[in-house]
Design a binder for this molecule. Structure first.
Ligand code: AMP
Ligand code: MG
Length: 366
């Protein structure tokens, strides 16, 4: 299939494709998403196929305004409304209990002609979105083009990140096409993503609320509103053999370029010196480092792939660049990647989480 690259003037066409059950790459402020009509089980199944995504990894549902929560969720705690007021539209996903159909609605569906071809469970949102869980991840995105498409489509849009499963997330239309050309109907070009890492996922079905994935809204921002926030162990370390993940997505390999990654964590000067010392003197070792340390790794007699994460003190820039830096390494023939990493404060928690996962938690402390 030919994948169309749509411009902002063609938002209506993107919405029409979504309504027709097709897949469209859509820009959001976090990363590009692979969108489908979240109420159409067949369309949602096609997302899993295009990405090669495991069936038990649920999707986030994107809505145009907080008011839509009541259509799909039940037992919504007051904290959800407070958070929506403060952070929506924006990079926060709330995990809430999924609304259930009434017995009558189920009976009506059973007799509908569509039902013979697709599966409708007791939940208002198809099981294909929730992976059969009793909860659903909900987000109201801020990117103006994304909002325009969702509003024009008039349906909640199910969208995971638009990468092939396991690979770094796409932060530009070019990245999206690199993974999805020929597999989906269109990509809507909304420019580079302003945040660059995925949304923060917060589970509001437990007390205290639990951070499942650090992202564009920081833990400190959440704590300011909620007081106590639990941080899931899987955010900072790899789960052990017998440990069960809180959310299905946590158990999968993520964000990984082809070559193995080693993260060097600690004081930036010391980390850069450590990498310089352990780096092979061949072009087979790539480096992702903070801007100020570029001269340590460029120049000299070996030309190796080196990518800047941005200045050591600018975590927002690091978030914008992290996936592009990881992806760029796949365009080279490096056999190993060394990587500097910010501390866990603010957006650093999200950047470090993505790098640690890309490294399969192969981390050296200095
Ligand atoms: P992606 O958009 O590909 O980065 O993936 C979306 C993430 O949201 C995955 O890690 C899912 O496991 C997570 N997610 C979606 N829905 C839920 C849910 N109901 N409960 C917990 N996590 C969820
Ligand atoms: Mg993803």
């Amino acid at each position: 299939m030919e994948t169309l690259l749509l411009t902002e003037k063609e938002t209506e066409q993107a919405a029409r494709l979504l309504r027709g059950g097709r897949l469209v790459g859509i820009p959001t402020e976090t990363v590009y998403g692979l969108g489908a009509d979240g109420l159409n089980p067949m369309a949602v199944r096609a997302i899993f196929q295009a990405k090669g995504r495991p069936q038990d990894n649920p999707l986030i549902l994107h809505i145009p305004e907080a008011g839509w929560l009541e259509r799909y969720c039940r037992d919504i705690p007051p904290a959800a409304w407070t958070l929506a007021e403060r952070f929506w539209p924006g990079p926060l996903t709330m995990v809430l209990s999924c609304k259930r159909r009434t017995a009558r609605e189920l009976e009506e569906l059973k007799n509908s002609p569509v039902c013979s071809r697709t599966h409708f469970g007791p939940r208002v949102i198809p099981d294909e979105v929730t992976a059969g869980l009793d909860t659903v991840g909900m987000r109201c995105p801020a990117h103006p083009l994304c909002r325009a498409v969702i509003a024009a489509a008039g349906v909640p849009v199910a969208a995971p990140s638009g990468n092939t499963s396991g690979k770094p997330s796409p932060t530009s239309a070019r990245h999206m096409l690199a993974d999805m050309e020929g597999k989906i109907d269109a990509v809507l070009d909304g420019g580079p993503c302003a945040v660059g890492v995925e949304s923060t996922i917060l589970d509001l079905t437990c007390t205290p609320p639990r951070l499942l994935r650090p992202g564009g809204i920081t833990l400190e921002q959440l704590e300011e509103v909620l007081g106590e926030v639990a941080v899931d162990v899987a955010v900072r370390r790899q789960l052990g053999e017998g440990e069960r993940p809180r959310a299905p997505g946590m158990k999968y390999r993520h964000y990984a370029p082809r070559a193995p990654v080693t993260v060097v964590k600690g004081d930036p000067e010391r980390a850069a010196a450590y990498i310089r010392e352990h780096l092979s003197r061949t072009r087979w070792d790539g480096v992702i480092c903070f801007e100020e340390f570029l001269p340590l790794f460029t120049g000299g007699d070996v030309t190796r792939p080196v990518m800047s994460l941005g200045p050591a003190a600018d975590k927002a820039e690091q978030a914008r660049r992290v996936f592009d830096a990881l992806r760029a390494m796949d365009g080279t023939d490096v056999k190993r990647i060394w990587c500097q990493c910010p501390d866990d404060g603010g957006l650093g928690l999200a950047v470090a989480n993505r790098l640690n996962k890309a490294a399969g938690f192969h981390i050296v402390g200095v």
